[in-house]
Design a protein around this ligand. Structure first.
Ligand code: ANZ
Length: 820
C-alpha cells in the first residue's frame, strides 16, 4: 500500500496534462461548444485566497461540462495594465512592465499548481503590444463611428492618484475607490465613449440569465426617467433666452415658486445681478470642491444663493426668482430645476430654509386642500390638479399627458426621457495603459493614427514626475511625431485608456488570440461567442459588466459581431472571509495566503476545501483547521481505492449486498450531477463523503470482491474528479485504466435505482391485519417500531390501551400486542 503524497502526484499530472494538451479546446471539434469564462486576474503579485475561492469551483464546473460531452473552452489571461503597477514602479524605482511581467510569471505558476483545466494556448496579456494593438484599433473604430469624442469636461479628479476617475470609481462617500482620497471636480480635455447612445438597449436583458440583483443594479445605474422638458425663458440685455428644465412631474408646473440652476450652469454669470455677484461666485467656488454624491445626499442641509435674476414660467406666466444650489447637478437633465416645493421634498426643504412660497397644486386622493404652512413634508403623491388655471380638475391619470400635449401644442416643451448614465470617460493621465491612438497636428487638428501604423508602442521606460500629467508628455521620442495627413510636425495624445477598455473585449480575443491580421476572425467569433457562462465578482456589476455589454452592442452595429449580449449566464461567487468572519485585509491581520496550504496539503485538498466552505454564491470563513477534514477525506479515498481495488476477475454475483451498492452508486451519481449543475459543490462533496464511508464499511466484506463494488469505486473516482483532479487521475492510472479520467464520460444513473428498495410490511394489532406500509429494506427495527406506532390508523386501533409487546418478523410482519 502506498501513501497519498500530493507533492509527488500533483506536479506529475500537471506536467502530463500540459504535455498532452488535454485541456485545449480545439477549433475543429464536432462536439457542441461551451465557452466557460472566469474574470481574468489583475497581476498584483500572488494568487490570493479569493482567486482560489473563485477558480476552484469554476474549474470543477468546467471539468463537469467537459465530461458531459462539451468542447469546453476555459481560457485564462491577465488584465495587466493599470494603476497598481505604475504606483509600484514609482515607489520602488522600477519599471511597471518589469513588475507586471514578474508578477504574471509567478501567477502563471500558481495557476498551474491549482491544476485547473486552463487552455494556456489562448492566454492573453493586455499590456503586450500584440493585444493592445487591437485595443487601439477598437478605439479607432469607435472614433470612426462617432462613438469616441473629446471634450472639455468636468472630471472626477483624484488628488491622491493624480488622475481622473470614472464615476463608477468614486465611492458613495465621494472618495477614490483605490486610495481613499476625497475626489474633486476639475475641467480638462478628455476622451469619452458614447455609452449613453445605448442606454435604452442596455436596460433590456433579453435572453440572458443573470442574477436579479445585478440586473437591478445596472438598471438603477442607467437610471431611466420619463417626463418632460419645459422651456422657461427670460430676457437678458434685450435678448430672449430660453432655459429648459427636465421634470418628471409636468403636472406640478403651476406650483413653481422658484427656479434653480446648477452652480456651474453657463447662464449663471449672465443672470447674476451685480449686487449678488460676490455671493454667487463664492458659492460656485465652494461647490466645485464637492463631489456629486455629497451634493445629492438627502441628509445634507440645503444651501443656495439668489442670483438676482428671474425667469417666466411659460405655462402659468408666473415670474419666479432664479437661485443656484448644489443639489442641482449640471450633468443631469438640463442642469436646471423648476422648484415645486409643495410636491418635491428637496424643493420643500429649500423653500422652508429660504422663506420661499409654497403652493399646493396637486390634491392626493381622499385629501382636502390644506395650508402648506402646516405641512412637515412635501406631498409627493399623484393626484388631481388644483390651482392650475385651465388644468384645474384634471384627474391624476390624465394630468401628465395633458400638460405634455399642451407643451407640445404651444411649442414650449415636449415629453422627454432622461438617463442617469453618463458617457464613459476613458482618458487617464497615466503611463501604464494603452496609448490613445490620436495625433494632434497644428494644421489638421485631431488625426487618428492610420490603422496600418498600429500599435502606438508604449515606451518601456519612462520617468515619473508628480505633475498630474501623463509621464508620456515628457518622453520626446513618444510625444513628437509627424502628422499622417500633412507630414508636418505633430504630437501624440499622451493620455492612456482606462483599463476597463482592455477588459471590455478580452473575451472576444480568447476566441482568436494569435490573429495578427485582425482583432478576431468572424469564423472564430461565430464558433465560440457568446460566452456561455461567466463567473466573477459581484463588485463588477456596474462597470466591467456594463462596459462589456456596451462594447458588444456597439461592435455589433459596426458589423463586427453577430450577437447582442456577451455573457449568456452570469454567476457571482461569494466572498471568502477570514476565520473571524471579517473580510480579509492587511489591517485586520487576518489574511491567509493559499500557497502555505497548497504546500502542506496539496492543491486537491485546498480546492475541495474552498468548495466545502459553503454555498458558492454566499462565501464563508476560511478556517485553516477545517482543511484537515478534507485532507482526511482524500486520504480515506486514497486508502480505500488502493487497498480494496481487485484487479483481474471479480465475482459477477448479484445479491442483496450488491444491489444495495448499486443503489448507493446511482443515488450518488444523481446527487452529485444535480448539485454540480446548480453550483452546489459543498453538497456534492458531502454526497461523495457519504459514499466513501459506506464503501469503507464494507471494505472487508465479501461484497468488496464483486463487480458492483469495483464499479462503485470507479464511479466515485469519476464523480470526484472535477473537484480533486490530481488524486483521481493518479488512482485511475493505478487501477489500470487507460487514458485520462478527465476525458471519460460522466457517469449516468438510472432513476429507478436511485430509490431505496422497499417491501410491504404487514401491520397487525393483536393479531389482526390493520395496515400495510411500504418500508425501505434495511430499515432498523427501532425505526420500524416508531413508524408503526406513529401511524394514525394503527394508533386508532390501539386507542387508550398501552403497548405490551412489539413483535417484528424482519421484512414481513409487525404485530402490536396491547394490554387494555
Ligand atoms: C419638478 C418636480 C416636481 C420634480 C415634483 C419632481 C417632483 P429623477 O426621477 O431622478 O429623474 N431634477 C431635474 N434635473 C435635475 C438636476 N440636474 N439636478 C437635480 N435635480 C434635478 O428626478 C427628476 C426630477 O429631479 C425632476 O422633476 C426635477 O425635479 C429634478 F413634484 O421637477 B422635478
Amino acid at each position: 500500500r502506498t501513501k497519498y503524497d500530493p507533492k509527488v502526484i500533483e506536479p506529475k499530472w500537471q506536467t502530463r496534462w500540459e504535455e498532452e494538451q488535454i485541456y485545449h479546446a480545439p477549433d475543429d471539434s464536432p462536439k457542441p461548444k461551451f465557452y466557460h469564462l472566469v474574470m481574468f486576474p489583475y497581476p498584483s503579485g500572488d494568487l490570493h485566497m479569493g482567486h482560489w475561492y473563485n477558480y476552484s469551483p469554476f474549474d470543477a464546473y468546467g471539468r463537469f461540462m467537459r465530461r458531459l460531452g462539451y468542447n469546453v473552452m476555459q481560457p485564462i489571461g491577465f488584465d495587466a495594465f493599470g494603476l497598481p503597477a505604475e504606483n509600484a514602479a514609482i515607489k520602488r524605482g522600477i519599471q511597471a512592465r518589469d513588475w507586471t511581467m514578474a508578477n504574471i510569471e509567478r501567477m502563471r505558476k500558481q495557476l498551474r499548481m491549482m491544476g485547473a483545466q486552463w487552455d494556456w494556448q489562448r492566454e492573453v496579456v493586455t499590456c503586450q503590444p500584440e493585444y493592445y494593438k487591437w485595443t487601439q484599433w477598437l478605439f479607432l473604430q469607435f472614433y470612426k463611428h462617432g462613438l469616441a469624442y473629446r471634450t472639455r469636461a468636468p472630471a472626477n479628479w483624484c488628488p491622491g492618484c493624480n488622475t481622473t476617475l470614472a464615476n463608477e470609481q468614486v465611492l458613495p462617500n465621494g472618495t477614490c475607490e483605490r486610495c481613499g482620497s476625497t475626489v474633486i471636480r476639475k475641467e480638462i480635455e478628455q476622451w469619452l465613449l458614447r455609452i449613453t447612445k445605448y442606454a435604452e438597449e442596455l436596460l433590456r436583458f433579453d435572453g440572458i440569465d443573470w442574477p436579479e440583483k445585478t440586473v437591478t443594479m445596472q438598471r438603477n445605474w442607467i437610471g431611466r426617467s420619463e417626463g418632460a422638458e419645459i422651456r422657461f425663458f427670460t430676457e437678458i440685455d434685450g435678448e430672449r433666452v430660453e432655459i429648459p428644465v427636465f421634470t418628471t412631474r409636468p403636472d406640478t408646473v403651476y406650483g413653481v415658486t422658484f427656479f434653480v440652476l446648477a452652480p456651474e450652469h453657463p447662464l449663471v454669470e449672465r443672470l447674476t445681478t451685480s449686487e449678488q455677484r460676490a455671493a454667487v461666485e463664492a458659492y460656485v467656488e465652494r461647490t466645485r470642491r464637492m463631489t456629486e454624491i455629497e451634493r445629492l445626499s438627502t441628509e445634507k442641509e440645503k444651501t443656495g444663493v439668489f442670483t438676482g435674476g428671474y425667469v417666466i414660467n411659460p405655462v402659468s406666466g408666473d415670474r419666479v426668482p432664479v437661485w443656484i444650489a448644489d443639489y442641482v447637478l449640471l450633468s443631469y437633465g438640463s442642469g436646471a430645476v423648476m422648484g415645486v416645493p409643495a410636491h418635491d421634498q428637496r424643493d420643500f426643504e429649500f423653500a422652508r430654509k429660504f422663506g420661499l412660497p409654497i403652493r399646493q397644486v396637486i390634491l392626493p386622493p381622499g385629501e382636502e386642500e390644506s395650508d402648506p404652512a402646516t405641512w412637515s413634508e412635501a406631498k409627493t403623491a399623484y393626484g388631481t390638479m388644483i390651482n392650475s388655471g385651465p388644468f384645474t380638475g384634471t384627474p391624476a391619470d390624465q394630468a401628465i399627458r395633458r400638460v405634455i400635449s399642451y407643451l407640445e401644442e404651444q411649442g414650449i416643451g415636449q415629453s422627454k426621457v432622461t438617463y442617469r448614465l453618463r458617457d464613459w470617460l476613458i482618458s487617464r493621465q497615466r503611463y501604464w495603459g494603452a496609448p490613445i491612438p490620436i495625433i494632434y497636428c497644428p494644421k489638421d487638428g485631431t488625426v487618428p493614427v492610420p490603422e496600418d501604423q498600429l500599435p502606438v508602442y508604449l515606451p518601456e521606460h519612462v520617468q515619473f514626475k508628480p505633475t498630474g500629467e501623463s509621464p508620456l508628455r515628457y518622453e520626446p521620442a513618444f510625444l513628437n511625431t509627424t502628422c499622417p495627413k500633412c507630414g508636418g510636425p505633430a504630437t501624440r495624445e499622451v493620455d492612456t485608456m482606462d483599463t476597463f477598455i482592455c477588459s471590455s473585449w478580452y473575451f472576444l480575443r480568447y476566441a482568436d488570440p494569435h490573429n495578427d491580421q485582425e482583432a478576431w476572425s468572424q469564423e472564430a467569433i461565430r464558433r465560440w461567442l457568446p460566452v456561455d457562462q461567466y463567473v466573477g465578482g459581484a463588485e463588477h456589476a456596474t462597470m466591467h459588466l456594463l462596459y462589456a455589454r456596451f462594447f458588444v452592442k456597439a461592435l455589433r452595429d459596426m458589423g463586427y459581431l453577430h450577437f447582442d449580449e456577451p455573457f449568456l449566464r452570469l454567476y457571482h461567487q461569494g466572498m471568502v472571509l477570514g476565520a473571524d468572519g471579517q473580510k480579509m485585509s492587511k489591517s485586520r491581520g487576518n489574511v491567509e495566503a493559499p500557497d502555505k496550504y497548497v504546500e502542506k496539503y496539496g492543491a486537491d485538498t485546498v480546492r475541495c476545501y474552498m468548495m466545502f466552505i459553503g454555498p458558492f454564491d454566499q462565501g464563508g470563513s476560511f478556517k485553516a483547521e477545517n482543511l484537515e477534514g478534507v485532507w482526511r477525506f482524500l486520504n480515506r479515498v486514497w486508502n480505500l481505492v488502493t487497498e480494496s481495488w481487485v484487479s483481474g476477475t471479480v465475482s459477477e454475483e448479484e445479491n442483496e449486498a450488491t444491489r444495495a451498492i448499486e443503489r448507493l452508486r446511482h443515488k450518488t451519481i444523481k446527487r452529485v450531477t444535480e448539485d454540480l449543475h446548480h453550483f452546489r459543490f459543498n453538497t456534492a462533496l458531502a454526497a461523495l463523503m457519504e459514499m466513501n464511508n459506506a464503501l469503507i464499511k464494507q471494505q472487508h466484506d465479501p461484497v468488496a470482491r464483486t463487480a458492483a463494488y469495483r464499479q462503485a469505486l470507479e464511479t466515485m473516482m469519476q464523480l470526484l474528479a472535477p473537484m480533486a483532479p490530481h488524486i483521481t487521475e493518479e488512482l485511475w492510472e493505478m487501477t489500470g485504466h487507460q487514458g485520462s479520467i478527465h476525458l471519460t464520460d460522466w457517469p449516468q444513473y438510472d432513476e429507478a435505482l436511485t430509490h431505496d428498495e422497499t417491501f410491504t410490511l404487514v401491520v397487525q394489532v393483536n393479531g389482526r391485519v390493520r395496515e400495510r406500509l411500504e418500508v425501505p429494506v434495511e430499515t432498523p427495527e427501532e425505526e420500524i417500531r416508531q413508524l408503526v406506532l406513529s401511524n394514525p390508523r394503527v394508533a386508532a386501533y390501539i386507542g387508550d390501551a398501552s403497548v405490551e409487546k412489539f413483535i417484528y418478523v424482519p421484512g414481513r410482519i409487525a404485530n402490536v400486542v396491547t394490554r387494555p
